[in-house]
Write a protein that binds this ligand. Sequence first.
Ligand code: BGC
Ligand code: CA
Length: 343
Amino acid sequence: MRAKIAALLLLFLLSLGLTGCIRQQPPVFRIGVALYSQEDTFISTVGQKMERLAKEEEQKRGIKINVTLVDGDRSQSVQNEQVDRFLNQGYDIICVNIVDRTAAAVIVDKAQRANVPVLFFNREPVEEDLDRWESAYYVGADGAQAGRMQGQLVLDAWHERQEILDRNGDGILQYVMLEGEPGHQDTLLRTEYSIKTLQEAGVPLDRLGSSTADWQRGKARLKMEQWLKETDTTIEAVFANNDDMALGVIDACLKSGMQPQDLPLVVGVDATEEAVQAVRDGHMAGTVRNDAEGEAAWMIQVACTLMESKPLEEVVELVDDHYIWLEYSLVDQAAAIAEEQAP
Ligand code: BGC
Ligand code: CA
């Protein structure tokens, strides 16, 4: 009997302790992250970084943050359903890497109705759509800057070692362009400004081919294989709107039996791990860092600030009330090597 009473008392005390604990639990915030495609190298990196940074922020702020990543599988209707689910389930913030960047109005309006702030990233909605609601934001980088940096990299090479770059010695740079998805702001801007930079510097150019490869390595490889077969003139330079496509180009060249020293001058954007290694190895001439870490960090910062109902102005000065802009940076061979040696 005594033992029974003691056990009951213990249970009672334990349950008191437990409820006490529950009361002291930190607040739990939920961030829903809708990615256009989890197969995309750059985008999946941003997603992973968000998960890691949320963990760090939990410690710092004494809160609990649940980050849920979902894959839109390149379909806007799939993504709209995912957003609906987040909103119905009472998520505190939604981060949207929108599939079709002309389709943001629907999502902004839904978020506003549910009073859940929405942070778009990497795929930039049209400005009027962001203007529909004060709690709609965009975190990203200016593709024109990346394009100019690619152009500058090629321009420097042209000035420093034209005799090597201009393989057929005609004083003209023969190039091909591999573009990301049609309509993506980074496709349009990187394509335009890379070439403009060379044109403005007076480099004579001859475009041998241009094609979309939807940001994908496999598609870029196939396209390059075709160009290598069909083009009589030597391809001296390749502009790729991102690193995965640049790597696809190199895959094609090496597979065709080309020696590494005979590769055309290839430039990409993103500074993915594999691309930075290719720059170190001298297979790629250079790349432009697309700040995945910064993008993820800003989203987590903004999300936490809003979830804790703190004023956003304390952490960031928004451009035109909605925008947080990140900077690109050039990664040439010296930078790629230095990066590896840095502690
Ligand atoms: C990146 C690409 C990526 C694309 C997806 C671009 O900013 O450079 O690698 O595929 O965004 O939206
Ligand atoms: Ca030439």
